[in-house]
Ligand binder design. Sequence first.
Ligand code: NAP
Ligand code: ZN
Ligand code: ZN
Length: 349
Amino acid sequence: MIQAKGMAAMKAKEPLKPYTFERRDAKPHDVVIDIKYCGICHSDIHMARDEWGVSSAFPMVPGHEIAGVVSSVGSAVMKYKVGDLVGVGCLVDSCRECAHCKEQEEQYCIPGNTGTYGAKDRNGSGYTQGGYSNVIVVNEDFVLRIPKSISLDKAAPLLCAGITLYSPLAHWKAGPGKKVGIMGLGGLGHMGVKIAAAMGAEVTVLSHSESKREDAKKLGANNFLLTKNKEVFQENALSFDLIINTVSASELDLGSYFNLLKKDGVMVSVGAPEKPLSIHPFSLIMMRRSYAGSLIGSIKETQEMLDFCAQHNIAPEIEVIAPEQVNVAYERVLKSDVRYRFVIDMAKI
Ligand code: NAP
Ligand code: ZN
Ligand code: ZN
């Protein structure tokens, strides 16, 4: 077994603390990764606090925005070698046999994908542990190649925040002539602005924080709407082809946001709040609008996104922190006070 050091929530809602645990020895198709950086996704907070009621696995080492260097490989690994710069996102395995896995959309694996942490491990009897740690062992099919032009600290958030916005923007065809709204300017939202702008769309940020107005423009948005001003919903009715909702909180009047969509417009929820959101179907019915959801992206699409970001010179805005600052960082994320992703320097563990 490989000894690992990390930061774990010992129980739901408890602050994270240092934790030592074991990783499996490399199997023939496994890659052993020396983790350099791991981003803090709001999903880590939902999971560590068991807000979705799915986290049965404590102690839990969160983290699914992992960037590092290959330190060894199993005997049959063909895709990677020692020294390669690699990433791991939200998935470390899937059934590989169901219709969706065969279509290379393993995030929608029918029996269930294996999440990077807090999931039943298909390689043993325990639960997976994530990237707030110094080492991880992952099957080569779930490892991504990080383009040389993206530094490892900035590559980390692409593995969840980047792909979670790239996938719906690509699926619903954001591009020239399309008006795209990004709801919530946090970790996911700010990547959405950069990626949608690079795809050629006209981008508007819909935010409840006036303090982010200037940043929105610097990130590449054409417009900024402060959603605390109720007039903006009247003034911008029937404006958007596509709105991606990244908001992590449940206090949202979705109906007013639907009214911002054009006829046949689509809102895609990627934000996953603790409590359900309610809608009245009328705001969809009247203009044949659609309300959809989207889960991260596939491994194939994640590689495509990394290469797209390298080609368009896109990287997240990050604040690098030491592992012991993670609990303070969680509090700041909860106050919408992150500009725009915390990344943990795992070499300091
Ligand atoms: P984040 O950095 O905390 O950003 C969320 C943003 O939502 C905030 O910055 C804020 O933006 C807005 N917001 C927060 N509270 C609000 C409130 N009370 N009213 C209105 N707006 C509010 O979080 P994140 O890491 O981007 O993640 C966002 C959500 O996506 C989380 O729920 C996470 O679990 C989920 N997620 C889903 C997937 C997927 O595959 N579907 C993947 C990753 C994460 P403003 O200040 O601009 O309003
Ligand atoms: Zn995430
Ligand atoms: Zn499957």
